[in-house]
Design a protein around this ligand. Structure first.
Ligand code: AMP
Ligand code: GLY
Length: 438
């Protein structure tokens, strides 16, 4: 069969790489893909980005099903358009994708369905927002309502930085339309966990647990980014916590959507803050896989992803199970100079082709590419093309070994201005082993 992946980041590289491993899949198209997807056997990039053109392509090429990577096409209604044309696609509808696309909608949904989350208020008037800040004090969190590629959140440790952020979003339009409305949210402390499931409208299939590192610099310092690294499993998520997350945070979305006349299909990602005493709070819902969480999760998935996706589309997730490599996987992001504010493009990446050569049995790593393209002399070099450039992902018998291996491989790759954290995994590797989690 032929399948289509929408998107061009590291997450889509990992999804395409995994789908192509299925003996049932002879070709994976990626729209638009990147310089890494081009290099995979049986994977082909297509330079199509508009929804009507993608629908046409899927029809003409007899695409068996489509998997959507990023949030923007979901929020723009790609699932509705494909379904209207009678094409199989895995993702939520435009209406359901509001759960991610509008934080105001998402918080109101959580309120309606008693899902635990931080207290908040919504503003578009800066005067009212400043008054509220003065009443609440710091630390406090300011969030743009709309989609901002992981950069629309300011965790303000002082009141003056909170006031500055309100002015930046509501007066200087630093986030454009996405920040025309903002949420001011209670600051939560704890450990962050990404909990991702596949949903078929009624039933769910939890994926392996994971954690990502959002801050740019070591020791969780610097600005928030889309994610600087991730690993799976997340030892903090014991089987008991996992069961609580499903009943307090995932099932209510499935039930709540159904009660509101919708059905949740697609990946559902809950970004959670786990408090010291074990409290669970939702920081956000995403209607897609995480990036970079997908990269370690796909490296650990032993089951055939194409089978899981087909069951999810057909509403039969209850009859499949996902099998996971017992080893841990850890991914380290190599980001461009200037990321996240103003990533520089065009730096030549050295050392990659040797590492990217086709998969051999027993290979314990994969370099997933994100913002890369062909360029340089004779268009033969791989160059940086945006913020997050690569995610070097490796397996190991435990997280420490996976971490060591990922950094060992990343040492072989160079580009000017590369930014990368040297401590991905520190939260678990420095602490005592905990009960095994999925
Ligand atoms: P979000 O896009 O809402 O997940 O926020 C991005 C990041 O900001 C999260 O991964 C957290 O690190 C941080 N964050 C968001 N909301 C809060 C909160 N209420 N308290 C503390 N940190 C937060
Ligand atoms: N890694 C965070 C996200 O994908 O939103």
């Amino acid at each position: 069969m032929r399948v289509l992946v929408i998107g061009g980041g590291g997450r889509e590289h990992a999804l395409a790489w995994k789908l192509k491993q299925s003996p049932r899949v002879n070709k994976v198209f990626v729209a638009p893909g990147n310089a890494g997807t081009v290099l995979e056997d049986g994977v082909q990039n297509i330079p199509i980005t508009t929804i009507p053109d993608l629908v046409e392509f899927a029809k003409n090429e007899s695409i068996k099903f489509t998997v959507v990577g990023p949030e923007a096409p979901l929020a723009a209604g790609i699932v509705d358009a494909f379904r209207f044309a009678g094409l199989k696609i895995f993702g939520p509808t435009k209406q359901v994708a509001q759960l991610e696309a509008s934080k105001d909608y998402s918080k109101a949904f959580m309120g309606r369905h008693s899902i635990p989350t931080a207290a908040y208020a919504t503003f578009s008037d800066p005067v009212e927002a400043h008054k509220y800040l003065d009443k609440k004090g710091a630390p406090i969190v300011i969030k743009a309502d709309g989609l901002a590629a992981g950069k629309g959140v300011e965790v303000a440790m002082t009141l003056s930085s909170a006031h500055d952020e309100v002015d930046a979003m509501l007066i200087s339009n630093s986030m454009g339309e996405a920040g025309a409305k903002i949420l001011i949210e209670e600051f939560l402390e704890g450990e962050e966990v990404s909990f991702i499931v596949m949903a078929d409208g009624d039933q769910i299939l939890p994926l392996a647990t994971s954690q990502d590192y959002k801050r740019l610099r070591d020791g969780d310092q610097g600005p928030n980014t889309g994610g600087m690294g991730a690993y799976s499993p997340a030892p903090i998520v014991t089987s008991e916590l996992s069961a609580r997350i499903i009943s307090e945070v995932i099932d209510p979305v499935m039930r709540g959507m159904a009660e509101e006349g919708q059905h949740y299909t697609g990946f559902l990602y809950a970004g959670l803050m786990i408090g010291k005493g074990g409290s669970i709070n939702v920081l956000e819902y995403n209607c897609r896989m995480g990036d970079p969480e997908t990269q370690p999760i796909m490296l650990r998935l032993k089951s055939d992803l194409s089978i899981l996706v087909e069951h999810a589309i057909d509403g039969t997730l209850d009859i499949v199970e996902a099998e996971w490599d017992h080893r841990a996987a850890l991914g380290v992001v190599m980001a461009a100079h200037g990321y996240p504010e103003l990533p520089r493009k065009g730096d030549i990446i050295y050392g990659l082709s040797e590492l990217m050569s086709t998969d051999k049995p027993g290979k314990d790593f994969h370099v997933f590419q994100a913002s890369t393209k062909m360029g340089g002399k004779d268009n033969k070099e791989i160059i940086t093309a945006g913020g997050r450039v690569l995610c070097v992902t490796a397996l190991g018998d435990n997280l420490e070994i996976a971490q060591h291996r990922a950094y060992e491989i990343s040492d072989k790759i160079h580009f000017d201005g590369c930014q990368m954290r040297s401590d991905i995994g520190h939260l678990v590797i420095s602490s005592k082993p905990r009960e095994k989690s999925l």
